[in-house]
Write a protein that binds this ligand. Structure first.
Ligand code: NAI
Length: 453
């Protein structure tokens, strides 16, 4: 008998389990594949490992403009993938040892919820049944595979791939067609463009990077086009052949030859076949319905991470898992979904938090918007020949609170947490003006922007 059974050992599950065990709860994690989930095994971490190698290669290729002559720089893609595997292995082992140290038990099986009794919830994993007083569902998400004719067959043959398979690809495709110009599509387009593939991104919308502020998305687009990535916007993929992709744009159907295809058109919560119906957990459009306290519709059952379909980011998952544990222990903790930062690890990096130029208009929020060039930062100019990065600040007119910060440029991924704190703490412009930022840094442009709005 456990105090808590956690179904799924990704960022939501492993972090929550560690927190729960530290607080004295007898905790079991049931994970069917590897600890660390999509993030560690086939998402965030392997992608960042590949992108770091691409960044070094890009530096080598472009070093001359910084007065450094480099000859013979070459990419060994198979070695990059080997290193990625070592990085993943090390981190997965790290998660396992942290859980062991905390006293969490781990079962490597697929778990199915069987039902509820007076003792709690019973979950079957392999041949065994386990009972927990409380249940935390963290089963994550999987790549969405739309019903495009030929796509299933292409995935089976290996011509088409999702984020899972492309990270293990040991060759550099001559022409990679990416279906979907969202986060995964752009990060992988960035890698394969850097290492020498011809890359074509087919995107249904008239812009890339989804809900990213449109000014930032346009700058990113320009940077990608300059690097040689081809975009087909307002274009919908209609069929995938044995070595081709067909799409419809402007009423016409065209076909492109390709030797690899990445499908990155979004993710679906993993809610099928885990026995949710046996205890009556409510789902909506395939996602578990949760509130900001991470409660589900069933008392004693909590859900965290991609499975609730809300934010689908590993860092949101960490926080949701913690919130669930804090609340099941009698606290009253909530997730503030309005101050969660988001990053696209392209080169240049994109990072954002809060309202965008578009969302304030859509919501009718009276706001001031100011974009400031990163060229105000001496460090940025020193390190970025021809860089066109910006910081964009969104402030509500009534209270002059910082409600949105968006950045494109170097270190954006590492800087954004400071902006997220401003948004979360509802800081006013005049308060941020009184803070001292280190110099010379790229982040000090955020402070400059506070004096321009
Ligand atoms: P996404 O939702 O970011 O982008 C999917 C794109 O595909 C959209 O722009 C959509 O308009 C387009 N699309 C849909 N159907 C299409 C079709 N038939 N033809 C052409 N375009 C089509 O989804 P993505 O990139 O698969 O990422 C999934 C999730 O993973 C995201 O929710 C993201 O939060 C998460 N993620 C986060 C990362 C990060 O934080 N750096 C990195 C990678 C993924």
């Amino acid at each position: 008998m456990y105090d808590l059974i956690v179904l799924g050992g990704g960022p939501a599950g492993y972090n929550a389990a560690e927190r729960a065990a530290h607080s004295g709860m007898k905790t079991l994690v049931i994970e069917q594949r590897a600890l660390g989930g999509v993030c560690l095994n086939e998402g965030c971490i392997p992608t960042k490992t590949l992108l770091y190698s691409a960044k070094i290669y890009d530096y080598a290729k472009n070093s001359e403009q910084y007065g450094v002559k480099f000859t013979g720089a070459a990419i060994d893609h198979a070695a990059v993938v080997d290193r990625k595997e070592r990085v993943v292995k090390m981190l997965v082992t790290g998660v396992a040892s942290r859980l062991k140290k905390a006293g969490v038990e781990v079962v490597t099986e697929r778990g199915t919820i069987l039902g509820r009794s007076k003792d709690g919830f019973t979950v079957k994993a392999g041949a065994k049944e386990y009972t927990g007083k409380k249940l935390l569902i963290c089963t994550g998400s999987s790549a969405a595979v739309p019903p495009i004719p030929g796509l299933r067959e292409a995935l089976e043959s290996g011509f088409a791939m999702t984020n899972r398979e492309i990270l293990d690809l040991r060759r550099i495709p001559e022409h990679l067609v990416v279906i979907g110009g969202g986060v995964i599509g752009l990060e992988m387009a960035s890698y394969f463009n850097s290492v020498g593939s011809k890359v074509t991104v087919i995107e249904m919308l008239d812009h890339i990077a989804g809900a990213t502020d449109s000014e930032i998305s346009k700058i990113l687009y320009k940077n990608y086009v300059k690097k040689g990535v081809n975009f087909l916007l307002s274009a919908k993929v209609t069929a995938v052949g044995a070595n081709s992709v067909s799409y419809e744009a402007g009423g016409k159907t065209e076909t492109l030859g390709a030797d690899a295809v990445l499908v990155s058109i979004g993710r679906r919560p993993n809610t099928e076949g885990i026995g949710l119906e046996n205890i009556g957990v409510l789902t909506e459009r395939g996602a578990i319905v949760t509130d900001e306290y991470c409660r589900t519709s069933v008392s004693g059952v909590w859900a965290a991470g991609d499975v609730n379909g809300k934010s689908m980011l590993a860092h949101t998952a960490y926080r949701e898992g913690e919130v669930a544990v804090n609340n099941m222990r009698g606290g009253r903790d909530r997730v503030n979904y309005s101050s969660i930062p988001a990053v696209i690890y392209t080169n240049p990096e994109v990072a954002s938090v809060g309202e965008t130029g578009e969302s304030v208009k859509a919501k009718g929020i009276d706001a001031k918007v100011e974009s400031v060039t990163l060229k105000y930062s001496g460090r940025y100019v020193a390190e970025n020949e021809g860089g066109d990065g910006i910081v964009k600040l969104i402030v509500d007119t009534d209270h002059r609170r910082v409600i949105g910060v968006h950045m494109i440029g170097s270190y954006a991924s590492e800087i954004i947490y400071g902006a997220a704190m401003m948004v979360d703490r509802e800081m006013r412009v005049e308060q941020v003006q009184k803070l001292v930022f280190p110099h010379p840094t790229v982040c000090e442009v955020i402070r400059d922007a506070m004096f321009m709005i």
